[in-house]
Design a protein around this ligand. Structure first.
Ligand code: E4P
Length: 220
């Protein structure tokens, strides 16, 4: 499973990239607004830090302007994945950009039938938002299972399932059990993935016992 981080905060991205665990980045207009920085400058900077796909979202809603925006974003760096919403104009734009050889991430997917459209439009990634479905008492993880089943039924569907709107370490583990291709995870949740009280307790005990031996590996 590939790990993307869901943020436009360059400092966070730099820190997480240094762990060697990061395969890509997703941003959206809300995350860019939160960063308080100029959009294109932030995307350029992120693309210099991370080799993998960096999602940058168009903000127009009509096909022609979306296509111009998408082409402009794609020119920023070779690893930009243009993000388009799952609307008729968005999918038309997805097809045109995919035909240009540009990676497209179709975002705001909330149903299995929508995921079929994204695959047919040639999306490199589809982003089902599981947390937002859970928020309205729907089954976010069930959507991932449904999309996995559908995509596995058709060899020609090459679209990767990019699980989005992740809220907890359990979301990541459950999505991996289903076989999702990518999880895009907020920085705080990536840090939570490391945590287990028995890891801390076990390490404390090992270190205390080791100290009693008076030995040092480097001095031996
Ligand atoms: C994905 O690409 C989106 O940026 C993101 O996962 C949305 O998450 P949210 O529902 O927590 O805003």
């Amino acid at each position: 499973m590939k790990f993307f981080v869901d943020t436009a905060d360059v400092d966070e991205i730099r820190e997480l990239a240094a762990t060697g665990l990061l395969d890509g980045v997703t941003t959206n207009p809300s995350l860019v607004a939160k960063s308080g920085r100029p959009f294109l400058e932030v995307i350029r900077e992120i693309c210099e830090i991370v080799d993998g796909p960096v999602s940058a979202e168009v903000t127009a809603t009509d096909h022609s302007t979306m296509l111009s925006e998408g082409r402009k974003l794609a020119q920023l760096a070779g690893n930009v994945a243009v993000k388009v919403p799952l609307t008729p104009d968005g999918l038309k734009t997805c097809r045109a950009l995919a035909d240009d050889g540009v990676m497209v991430n179709v975002t705001l997917c909330f149903s299995p039938s929508q995921s079929i459209l994204a695959a047919k439009a040639g999306a490199a990634f589809v982003s089902p938002f599981i947390g937002r479905l859970d928020d309205i008492s729907r089954d976010g993880m069930g959507l991932i299972a449904d999309i996995r089943m559908i995509y596995d039924n058709y060899e020609e569907f090459a679209t990767e399932i990019l699980v989005a709107s992740i809220r907890s370490p359990n979301h990541v583990a459950e999505a991996a059990k289903i076989g999702a291709d990518v999880a895009t995870i907020p920085p705080g949740v990536i840090r939570q993935l490391f945590n287990h009280p028995l890891t801390d307790k076990g390490l404390d005990a090992f270190l205390a016992d080791w100290a009693r031996t008076g030995q040092s590996i480097l001095d031996a």
